[in-house]
Design a protein around this ligand. Structure first.
Ligand code: PHE
Length: 338
């Protein structure tokens, strides 16, 4: 008897697979659950079984009947829904797909931190265009057309006849800002810059700088050194000293390059600073009076300092990145680490 039930169920399962229309389903239902169906015969025959057998076969027959009825019902819904129920079934117990959330590029992180530190020191954040005129990028900064300093900052020219270029430094912001503001003021101007550069681990054609410009009646080199030491000590979360070396930029007088005490050994000398205890960082100086004049200020009325250096350099030191080209590589293995 048990075998018979199981065989019937097996047949039913085969049968229902082939059912595609409501009519076919009706026929199937009648065959297996109808009054004259084999199943009914079995149920009717239960009474002739011994009580022992009945206890065993009864529940099996019943549960099989219920199961068949459910499958028919399910199939009926599937047919009326256009036959796609099975495909559309959602397994709510499956683990979800994690949505990937974006995050900031290390350059943006460093920039935000710089802006935060300088804002707390009373600086304003200024901005300037990446596509610039020759005037603001060069002439106004005391770099006339034939000046050799232009060679060091070759760039991508947008229109050389009209003198439109991709800015080579954030110093273009200096005169733009001064034309619209009167001293005293202190600003920083972070942004993207461009150079015609043979790229290697330390050089990129497109990178970021941040400029500082502080102008007033009695702004001095001592102020410059203090502000810079404060900033670096905050940024690297350790005491940093700044060292000035004489250097030349046409838009400052005197001009210097500055180094900071090595962030790895603190100045004792190690591999990172090649034993010297100092790391080269950027250019700076006291604003050349010719730049004030280009901005429309009277000569010798104000004094101030300016500096400019690479954001990538800072990010590389902070996060121990050994190749500047990684920033623009689009390599997710790199970018996901931040
Ligand atoms: N603009 C200079 C450079 O890109 C850096 C600099 C800025 C130097 C301000 C002096 C003062 O090399």
């Amino acid at each position: 008897m048990q075998e018979k039930i199981e065989k019937l169920k097996q047949e039913f399962l085969e049968g229902i697979k082939k059912v595609a229309t409501a009519d076919e389903l009706f026929v199937l239902e009648k065959k297996y659950l109808g009054r004259k169906s084999e199943f009914n015969e079995i149920l009717k025959g239960l009474k002739d079984l011994s009580p022992q057998e009945r206890r065993k076969i009864g529940p099996l027959a019943n549960s099989t009947k219920v199961e068949i009825a459910k499958m028919i019902e399910y199939k009926r819904q599937e047919i009326s829904a256009g036959g796609n129920l099975e495909k559309e079934r959602i397994d709510v117990t499956l683990p979800g797909k994690r949505r990937s959330v974006g995050h900031l590029n290390p350059i943006s992180l460093v920039r935000a931190e710089i802006e935060d530190i300088f804002t707390r020191m009373g600086f304003e954040i200024a901005d300037g265009p990446e596509v610039e005129t020759e005037f603001y990028n060069f002439d106004a900064l005391n770099i006339p057309k034939d000046h050799p300093a232009r060679d060091m900052q070759d760039t991508f020219w947008i229109d050389s006849e009209k003198g439109i270029l991709s800015r080579t430094h954030t110093s273009n912001v200096q005169v733009r800002y001064m034309e619209k503001h009167k001293p005293p003021f202190r600003i920083i101007a972070p942004g993207r810059i461009f150079r015609n550069e043979a790229t290697d681990a330390n050089h990129e054609h497109t990178f970021h700088q941040f400029e500082a410009l502080v102008v007033g009646d009695d702004v001095s080199v001592a102020n410059f050194k203090f502000v810079l030491e404060k900033f670096f000590s905050e940024f690297f979360k350790q005491d940093i000293r700044v060292r000035l070396r004489p250097s030349y930029f046409p838009f400052v007088e005197p001009g210097f390059e500055f180094d900071i005490s090595c962030t790895v050994c603190g100045g004792k000398g190690c591999r990172t600073c090649k034993g010297g205890g100092w790391l080269e960082l950027g250019g700076a100086g006291m604003v050349n009076q010719n730049v004030f004049v280009a901005a429309g200020y009277p000569r010798n009325k104000y004094q101030g300092f300016a500096w400019g250096f690479g954001l990538e350099r800072l990010a590389m030191m902070k996060y121990k990145i050994d190749d500047i080209r990684l920033f623009h590589s689009g390599d997710l293995r790199f970018i996901r680490q931040f």
